[in-house]
Design a protein around this ligand. Structure first.
Ligand SMILES: NC(=O)c1ccc[n+]([C@@H]2O[C@H](COP(=O)([O-])OP(=O)(O)OC[C@H]3O[C@@H](n4cnc5c(N)ncnc54)[C@H](OP(=O)(O)O)[C@@H]3O)[C@@H](O)[C@H]2O)c1
Length: 249
């Protein structure tokens, strides 16, 4: 009997959950619990960490999971690494549904950095108006560059003080569109965008808006992940599910 654990938190995971529901396959959608009101999914949901690799192994056994699909954000490296380790330990088939990274084209002015500390270091210098479009989890390190005025776009309103002395918060949930993001950058007189190379369509509007306005982007490249089987479309993920289920894996 097939029983799928879908590690989610992305638009693509939502699309896959819909395909799983439409195929009538039993599955559970897992959220980390980072946002106050996670979007409803068409399959049963659970919320919260598993307790590291050990906790995930125990969960896979207790819930008799036969397939794991990791459709987390490309920067959710801890979860993805844990999934690789737990699936190897429990011999549970694992597939990653990954979006292709964005690639700079004509008109883009990207400066690549490897990670958050490198992005912080690259912000040394005179004050600027910065759209810090990286979510709310990793804001603390940017306190080392307090001279800038930061624009933040967060899914939930912050509950406590922000670590940045000059910050303005917009509460909004994607997907965003190019016209809206162009207007936003103009309105805030943004001079620089800091972004994670998330890939996909939901967050790309700010990158296209930066291109349209000729603004530079400090692009944080993706973290390295352990080797795993990867597909880039919901259809390919469904094919993998049907194929492995047919083989009795
Ligand atoms: N990182 C981003 O920029 C970003 C952007 C958009 C959405 N998201 C989504 O937000 C969630 C958290 O991302 P993150 O970067 O904080 O992850 P992370 O650093 O890789 O994960 C940290 C811990 O959070 C728990 N966790 C993460 N994803 C989970 C999931 N889908 N279900 C259950 N537990 C999960 C795990 O806890 P235990 O070790 O206790 O199991 C994991 O070890 C993910 O679902 C991701 O898809 C992340």
């Amino acid at each position: 009997m097939t029983r799928i654990l879908l590690l989610g938190g992305t638009t693509e995971a939502g699309l896959l959950a819909r395909a799983i529901a439409e195929a009538g396959l039993p599955g559970i959608y897992s959220y980390a619990g980072r946002t106050d009101a996670p979007l409803d999914q068409p399959i049963p949901m659970r919320v919260g960490g598993f307790g590291g690799v050990e906790g995930l192994c125990a969960y896979l056994k207790a819930e008799e999971i036969t397939h794991v699909i990791d459709a987390t954000h490309p920067f959710a490296a801890q979860m993805s690494g844990n999934a690789v380790a737990a699936c190897a330990a429990t011999k549970t088939p694992l597939l990653a549904l990954e979006r292709a990274p964005w690639v700079a084209g004509e008109g883009d002015h990207w400066h690549h950095v490897a990670d958050i500390p490198a992005a912080v270091a690259a912000l040394a210098g005179p004050p600027r108006r910065v759209f810090l479009a990286i979510g709310r989890q990793h804001l603390d390190p940017f306190a080392a560059q307090p001279q800038h005025h930061y624009l933040l776009r967060l899914v939930d309103a912050p509950t406590g003080p922000l670590p940045l002395p000059q910050a303005e918060v917009i509460v909004a949930r994607g997907p965003f569109d190019v016209a809206g993001d162009t207007a936003l950058l103009r309105q805030h007189q943004t001079g620089l965008i800091v972004a994670k190379n998330a890939g996909g369509k939901g967050a790309v509007a700010k990158i296209a808006a930066a291109r349209a306005l000729g603004l530079p982007v400090l692009m944080i490249d993706r973290p390295r992940l352990p080797k795993r089987q990867v597909v880039t479309s919901v259809k390919a993920a469904m094919d993998w599910l049907h194929h492995t289920a047919r083989l009795g894996v």
